[in-house]
Design a protein around this ligand. Structure first.
Ligand code: GDP
Ligand code: MG
Length: 163
């Protein structure tokens, strides 16, 4: 089948915004197991000559009382299980958080390639915000703006290198 790219990150960093950028309008909601609600968002994306599936792991919701970290762990496990390449999204306006560090540790323990994106850098003056994110140990952070559509090409060039 097609390579699978999973988008992970804590709530509100811009995962769904970037997912929508990558897949356009071709979004399919796939209902999964009952019990915990797992509404995974899958869709097809393409970049240059590459076709792939994208999963927005933020589409996986658990009970309202669950902690953010619990949700992120499930999302990361799903991504680790199913993805060929993982894109971790962070928020360049907030900087590195404890939840980012925890998620990065989980991802680092896997053999899967991870591309680190620092989102919400809406103009070139903000690119310096990436340097803080080297401490996540996931390599070069890519500055992007999901809402302005900036930096996504360079990020995707890195993603497709791992197919
Ligand atoms: P998710 O919870 O990770 O799926 O995040 P969303 O995609 O729902 O975005 C959360 C909030 O961040 C929304 O208000 C978005 O409009 C905003 N957002 C997403 N990407 C950007 C960006 O590149 N720049 C700015 N300034 N805001 C963004
Ligand atoms: Mg979302």
């Amino acid at each position: 089948g097609l390579p699978v790219v999973a988008i992970v990150g804590r709530p509100n960093v811009g995962k769904s915004t970037i997912f929508n950028r990558l897949v356009g309008e071709r979004i399919a909601i796939v209902e999964d197991k009952p019990g915990v609600t797992r509404d995974r968002l899958y869709a097809k994306g393409e970049w240059l000559d590459h076709n792939f599936h994208v999963i927005d792991t933020g589409g996986i919701e658990f009970g309202e009382n669950d902690q953010i970290l619990t949700q992120m762990r499930y999302q990361a496990e799903l991504a680790i299980d199913e993805a060929d390449v993982i894109i971790m999204i962070t928020d360049g306006r907030i900087g590195v958080t404890d939840a980012d560090l925890e998620l990065a540790r989980m991802l680092n323990r896997t053999g899967k390639p991870v591309v680190l994106a620092v989102n919400k850098l809406d103009n070139p003056d903000m690119r310096n915000e990436i340097y803080d994110f080297y401490q996540l140990g996931l390599g070069e952070p890519f500055p992007i703006s999901g809402s302005h559509g900036l930096g996504l090409g360079d990020m995707l060039d890195e993603v497709v290198k791992h197919f």
